[in-house]
Design a binder for this molecule. Structure first.
Ligand code: SF4
Length: 293
């Protein structure tokens, strides 16, 4: 049994990959026993979500109100919104919240890109993170978030190079048998979406076509940190994407998902992370005997 089955998951999320680079054992325990979240972490997450929603409103071309009633409706909405964002990208120079799909050694891979920007004729990927303080992110934070944006860059490249296609998506998500509800179709009618485009397969084809219509991908990938206290940018990091780094980044996480190895706890030099972990001393006692964190 691979670890995707063990965790009762059907896809690897790009955020799972980031979490593996923070503490893989914690990521696994979160899925097995439910996330143990402190009040501070919850407050921070709420603020982070509000920040992302605000950014999305800033770049949205038209307010789209769609109320899904089923799984098929929700999937349609995600594809529709992402496609609308990509279609607006060449005109506006940037867009936000684009769902992306792909595959990694047979495992379904999914994520949501925070921002795409066209700079010097090329498309760059941005990942936005918020911080509860105004300090620069630690090296382990950067490493974890960088793994996420590297994953997006690889997924985008796979779509652009037709290594992952609308047909692969249709098979992976068995979309041909999915039908949107009547109520949802009426909402699409009011947005003047033609009847022939009101199927998951058609909107998925449009989304993949929109990815293909974009300019070439840039090798620059960006990580931006913003303060939740002031809303000011703390720092924008620019990295160069390298194929070799992507392979080693994803190779490490895959060895876990394929079941080759067990989940890894943090190494000794990072046991300070355990102080903020809800599993410390209960589900995970790896560093419990050395409590001096
Ligand atoms: S206690 Fe430490 S090693 Fe264990 S899951 Fe939490 S962060 Fe990871």
């Amino acid at each position: 049994m691979d670890n995707l089955q063990k965790l009762k998951k059907t896809s690897i999320r790009a955020t799972d990959i980031a979490a593996q680079y923070w503490c893989e054992r914690q990521m696994e325990l979160n899925y097995l026993f439910g996330e143990k979240i402190t009040k501070e972490k919850m407050d921070s997450r709420i603020k982070g979500t509000a920040f992302h929603e605000e950014l999305e409103r800033e770049t949205a071309t038209v307010p789209i109100i769609l109320m899904p009633m089923s799984y098929a409706d929700s999937l349609y909405k995600i594809l529709y919104m992402s496609n609308a964002a990509l279609e607006a990208l060449p005109k506006n120079g940037r867009c936000r919240e684009v769902q992306i799909y792909g595959k990694l050694n047979g495992f379904r891979l999914v994520g949501k890109i925070d921002m795409l920007e066209i700079k010097d004729g090329r498309v760059s990927i941005y990942e936005d993170k918020t911080k509860t303080n105004e300090e620069l992110p630690s090296e382990p934070q950067l490493k974890s978030h960088k793994a996420q944006v590297i994953t997006y860059r690889k997924m985008f490249d796979d779509i652009a190079s037709a290594r992952y296609t609308a047909d692969d998506f249709r098979k992976d998500y068995r979309t041909s048998g999915l039908k949107i509800t009547q109520q949802f179709a009426m909402q699409l009618d009011s947005l003047k979406v033609p009847k022939e485009e009101q199927s998951i397969d058609r909107i998925a084809e449009s989304l993949f076509a929109s990815f293909h219509s974009l300019p070439q991908l840039s090798d620059n990938i960006y990580l931006r940190y913003t303060s939740q206290l002031t809303g000011k940018e703390i720092k924008l990091y620019k990295f160069t994407y390298h194929e070799e780094e992507m392979k080693s980044t994803l190779g490490f996480v895959l060895s876990y998902w394929s079941g080759e190895r067990e989940s890894l706890p943090v190494p000794e030099e990072e046991k300070w992370k355990c102080k903020w972990c809800g599993f410390f001393g209960n589900r995970c006692k790896v560093w419990w005997p050395q409590q001096k964190l």
